[in-house]
Structure formats: C-alpha cells, structure tokens
Design a protein around this ligand. Sequence first.
Ligand code: ADP
Ligand code: MG
Length: 327
Amino acid sequence: PIVANQIAAGEVVERPASVVKELVENSVDAGSARIHVEVESGIARVRVRDDGSGIEREDLPMALMRHTTSKIRRLEDLEAATTLGFRGEALAAISSVSELRLASRPSEAPVGHQIWVRYGDVAPVEPVAMGVGTEVEVSHIFAQHPARLKGLKTPAREFGVIQETVQQLALSQPEIQFHLIHDGRTVFQTAGRGHRPEAIMAVFGRDVASQLLPIDYETESGIRIEGFVAPAHIHRANRVGQGFYVNGRWVSHWGLRSVVEEAFRPNLPDRRYPYFWFWLTMPANELDPNAHPAKAEVRIYREQALKAVLFRLVRDALVKTSPSPRI
Ligand code: ADP
Ligand code: MG
C-alpha cells in the first residue's frame, strides 16, 4: 500500500503548496471557523490547525488510509459531491512522502489524540493535550525522493506559491478566518466575517480594496455571478490578483480568465494584469463532475454563454469608472 500511496502522491503532492491546499480543504470540509497555516523556513515544516469537527480517536488511523474515507460510495455521491475533498487519498498520499503528525480533538472529547506517520509507517495512536479541532504537521517532504526534491524551486519561491494558494483559499471562503504565518510572522489574516472586500483588503491592501467595482448578476439558467474588479489603471505584473471560485471552490479556468482580461485589455499596458475575483454559484447540472479532482480545473457546459455574460459585466463595470467623454 505504501507504493500505491506514493504513486497517488505523484498526483496529489506536486509541491509543498499542494500539501497546504489539501490540508486546508480538509479543514474547510470540517466546518472550521478558523484556519491557521504556519510555514517554517520556506517549506521545512507546514502546520495547518483548525477549529473544525475533529476526528474521533478510533478514526485517526483510517483517515490516513487510502480511499477508506472516500465519501463517494455511489454514483449519486459523486454527483452530489459538494465538499472539497472526495477522493479519500490526500492524507495517505502526503504521509507516504513525508513525516506527518495528525492530531485531533472533537468537541466532546476531553483530550486529543495524535498519530505519526513516517514515509507510510504509521505509529500507534497516543493522547495529546490540545484544543478542539485538528492539527496536521508535515515535514521532510520528499526527503526520501531526491529527484522530486531537486524538482522544487528555492524555499522562497515555494513559499510564494504557498502564499498564493492560501490567499486564494481565503478568498474562496471569506466566512472563514484565515491566518498565514511564515517563520513566526503574520503574512496576512482575514476577518472571516464573510465580507469579500474585507478579505480582498486583508490580502491585497487598501489601495486595491478601496476602489473595487462590484458585480452581481444572475443568468437565466440560474448562475449567480458575484464579483469585484479593480479599475483598469490598477494592475500588476502577475495574475496573483485574480480568482474564480465556483460553489466555494477555488478553480482555474483559462477560458473565463482570458475573456475577463480581454474586457480590460484596451485600457491595460502590455504584460500587466488586472485584478478581479468572481464567486460563481452554479447549479450542479451546469458543471461536469468528472473533471480531474486533483486539479483545480472545472468544465462548464455552457461556457460560451457564460463568457459572453462575463465580458459584458466587466465592460459595464469598467465604463462607470472611465472619465466621461467630452461633449
Ligand atoms: P478526503 O478529504 O478526500 O476524504 P483526505 O485524505 O484528505 O481524504 O482526508 C481523510 C479523512 O480524514 C477525511 O475524509 C476526514 O474524515 C478526515 N480529516 C482530514 N482532515 C481533517 C480535518 N482537518 N478535520 C476533520 N477531519 C479531517
Ligand atoms: Mg481531503
């Protein structure tokens, strides 16, 4: 099983940021109100702590086993899959290529329990003093896989990817308080009050957040499009200030991204990128549920129609800020 887990790890654990993404998504699934992500020395140690439902003592070993926890037991489950994690293999995969400590305490439990896994070797469960919730600590990622270790960028670059990942996850769930800490210093912290501009401000600062143009629209097919764009004169050298969140999940969608950028384009300098964030609430029958679960891509059935609407919404929002023409 260790080998199978390590093969799965090739898909799930591309780099330290993918570990963080899986752990945070589990915390989101657990109904947490607060999620702390702590990173030490670039990527040496990653710790995700939440105040969610926790895991019962007797379920701890199972949480680390591949597929045993998969929520998909029937086809209907797949179609109804609303939680972020539904493959039941992330913890198994991560712990097969790292040292992992999983500690958890459900609210009714008097103490917590923890379990260590080192490269797939699971140690016995032991009690531990901790608050209610779950803490997962991962270190020595790829220490036994020199080729994959060599494939990583510098610790600073890898931390940059982690930061972007946590920012996106925080914006995807503005009602959850996120706190990202790097070597003991706060990188950002969101309020978790569900107010999207507030979350954008926590991540990108007041200059961007104070000028946001709101978008709120519902298509005939029942797709709710809520979003914010910054005026075209505010831009940056990369695409970190952009995001699509579909039904609470951060996704990447090349087609949607290009059409939004195109709507900005006439007013944008070369190689500069606009700020925009869209939260899409879509009926399940508008999405292909079989898109690769480990990847953040989604397939939207009526993509062309949605693109046309997005283009128009962005253009309309931007027009309101451009100087009025002289008569
Ligand atoms: P999946 O999320 O696909 O079910 P994972 O390997 O990511 O698979 O997690 C395995 C299981 O461990 C989850 O289904 C959940 O029951 C439990 N679990 C993991 N992380 C947490 C957490 N932070 N809080 C509560 N339960 C968790
Ligand atoms: Mg998961």
